[in-house]
Design a protein around this ligand. Sequence first.
Ligand SMILES: Cc1cc2nc3c(=O)[nH]c(=O)nc-3n(C[C@H](O)[C@H](O)[C@H](O)COP(=O)(O)OP(=O)(O)OC[C@H]3O[C@@H](n4cnc5c(N)ncnc54)[C@H](O)[C@@H]3O)c2cc1C
Length: 354
Amino acid sequence: MLKPMKRKPITVLGGGIAGLSAAIALEKTGHQVTILEKTKVFDPIGAGIQLGPNAVRALQKIGIWEAVEPISSSPRAHHFRSAVTGRLLNEVPLGKEYVTRFGQPHRIAHRADLHEALLGVISSKEAITLKMGQDVNPLTLKGQVIAADGMWSKTRETLFPGHVPEKLPVTIFRAMIDVPEIAGIDMSCVNFWMYKHAHFIHYPVTKRNKLNIVAVAPEPGPEAALKNVHALPRAVLDKIPGFTRWTAAMLPPMKQWHKDNILLIGDAAHGTVPWLAQGAAMSLEDAAALMDTTDPVTFTNMRAARCVRLHEQTVATGKIYHYSGFKGFARDTMLRMRSQAWLIERMGWIYRGP
Ligand SMILES: Cc1cc2nc3c(=O)[nH]c(=O)nc-3n(C[C@H](O)[C@H](O)[C@H](O)COP(=O)(O)OP(=O)(O)OC[C@H]3O[C@@H](n4cnc5c(N)ncnc54)[C@H](O)[C@@H]3O)c2cc1C
């Protein structure tokens, strides 16, 4: 008779996308996983989330794509648009050619559905225990700990005092509405509207028949910052009854993600803003990387440089989205003249994965 596998115990702190996917990845590589989550009940409220080909590849490696595929859908294209003129500047079709280029599709899901799908997988695994309402001091935990306690991580604060996220001079405003029909806007696409000092994005969360909108603007908010946009984007904004506020903050890159028995992953290690829609994707990549190594030094060497590069491209992209005056005009002209292949390849190093 086959002897049952002797599993190595490991604790995962935090039950967000990073923590849950890491737990599944670790179970697959022979660990006995205990997830400690602070909240008593998961909050099902969330927003749309983009899963680029690198996120899909990570989900496949962890073996959870089958659970996530049915709750996600593929948008038709990325549309880059000027909110000053209403003009479509360029597009990246996300069809067959894109999938051939990157090997995986570009998908969209509701964050709560993704979370629920991961919880479904976890409930089928005997070697994973999820404990809710656990607000523990990570330093009291014995054995190896994977800390996935998010952007405002207490673990990071304890291990690396002073290393905190930096707030940006803009706020993120989110909304989900019924999908409106507006002549001149293809709602089946991810539409990026660029304006002066502000931008907004909308895309369909098809599995919920909703349109997800994320506006990025200085306070007091999009009503003021996007007041004078062109009539076309105005028609979208007029459909939104109100926004939910979200702090825009980025964690400055860290040289070290571990101390003693504790390794930071996900937003706790490299929290970012969603300008490139890569926060969850990087968390899923972290989880997939844990299947190759749980050694903190090797893991950080594998992951950190990529996250630093993403941080830099995110900062640069945020500036470009908000150009005004001549710079805005030059950006729009450049976007119109560039080939689709050039546009696609700006994100190529990200979408091809680590
Ligand atoms: C508006 C917006 C849009 C976004 N869009 C995208 C997108 O399109 N694509 C994309 O890839 N990413 C996107 N992101 C980013 C993405 O949501 C996050 O980067 C990702 O979910 C991070 O997961 P995480 O598990 O590290 O952190 P979190 O989701 O924050 O989870 C942390 C968990 O740890 C728990 N916790 C906290 N402290 C403790 C403690 N002391 N002990 C135990 N548990 C604790 C929390 O309760 C929580 O459950 C977006 C973010 C925003 C704000």
